[in-house]
Design a protein around this ligand. Structure first.
Ligand SMILES: Nc1ncnc2c1ncn2[C@@H]1O[C@H](COP(=O)(O)OP(=O)(O)OP(=O)(O)O)[C@@H](O)[C@H]1O
Ligand SMILES: [Mg+2]
Length: 266
């Protein structure tokens, strides 16, 4: 079950008593959902959301991003009701690059609103493009088939990582990547997260990825949806290749899988 809140930690994100209906209240897709993510200063949080397809994971991210309001309930950011001016970064489930701009322009956009000079923006964008493995593609248009699906997703990831928001929402960001690139991107994300201490809300269907990246894994039940369980990932905070070889890592993968199956069975 969800633990009571820790008195000393400030609240970063709270979804309170959320319900969602699309037919005027006859049926509810989400019912009485609560989620509290506390800020751990100088550490950040890596929160994973797991749940069956269609249960409302992307919808939760849309609430936090301010792209949709729930039928009932409230969204709080940093202890206050969410305002239109609140900025959070988001990597969408489908590719979200701007096809009429080059890769470099897309990535540099992450820095646009910070008022940085164009030359510096471009330099930083190129660094990040290299980090996500797209060196040599900077001046191509960010569109399919000039770039592949996985490459386009990396453009979106580079843009949001460069912007370095204190809240970053990632919706199955590595779903379209091959295993090698996927592991590289997971490690890059961890490296940057350790540096910037942002709070990341990360949706995935990949249990190994969830255990490798997450501090806390939240489980959603379906029809109607709510968050029903949480597993704390008690692996060392610093994760690397060796983490995947730890017996505790394998145990947690099975624990998470069993929990998913138990919740899915109702
Ligand atoms: N405008 C709408 N009208 C009716 N139903 C909607 C609308 N928008 C979303 N839904 C429904 O809300 C539910 C949750 O959708 P959501 O995209 O959040 O699921 P998800 O958990 O992200 O699924 P997946 O894992 O497949 O990405 C789905 O059943 C979807 O059909
Ligand atoms: Mg989704």
């Amino acid at each position: 079950m969800i633990e009571p809140k820790t008195p000393s930690l400030p609240d970063l994100i709270e979804l309170r008593n959320i319900s969602q209906s699309y037919d005027g209240g006859k049926t509810y897709i989400i019912k009485d959902l609560n989620l509290l993510v506390e800020d751990k200063p100088a550490q950040g949080q890596f929160v994973i959301i797991l749940g069956m397809s269609g249960c409302g994971k992307s919808t939760l991210l849309r609430y936090i991003a301010g792209l949709q309001s729930p039928t009932e309930g409230e969204v709080y950011l940093r202890g206050k009701l969410r305002q239109d001016s609140d900025h959070v970064g988001m990597v969408f489930q489908a590719y979200s690059s701007f096809p009429w701009m080059t890769v470099k322009e897309n990535v540099a956009m992450g820095l646009d609103f910070q008022g940085m000079e164009e030359k510096e923006r471009n330099l930083k964008a190129l660094e990040m493009i290299e980090l996500v493995g797209l060196a040599g593609h900077a001046d191509k248009f960010a569109q399919y088939p000039v770039l592949s699906g996985g490459q386009l997703q990396r453009v979106a990831i580079a843009r949001s990582l460069l912007a370095n928001p204190d809240i970053l929402l990632m919706d199955e960001p590595f779903g379209a990547l091959d295993i090698k690139t996927r592991i590289q991107m997971q490690d890059l994300l961890l490296t940057l997260w350790n540096k910037f201490h942002s709070t990341i809300i990360f949706v995935t269907h990949d249990i190994r990825e969830a255990v490798y990246l997450g501090d806390d894994i939240y489980f959603m039940k379906y029809a109607p949806s709510s968050i029903v369980e949480k597993i704390h990932v008690d692996l060392p905070l610093q994760r690397d290749h060796e983490t995947r070889r730890l017996p505790r890592y394998t145990e947690l993968v099975y624990e998470v899988e069993d929990t998913m199956l138990r919740i899915a069975a109702g």
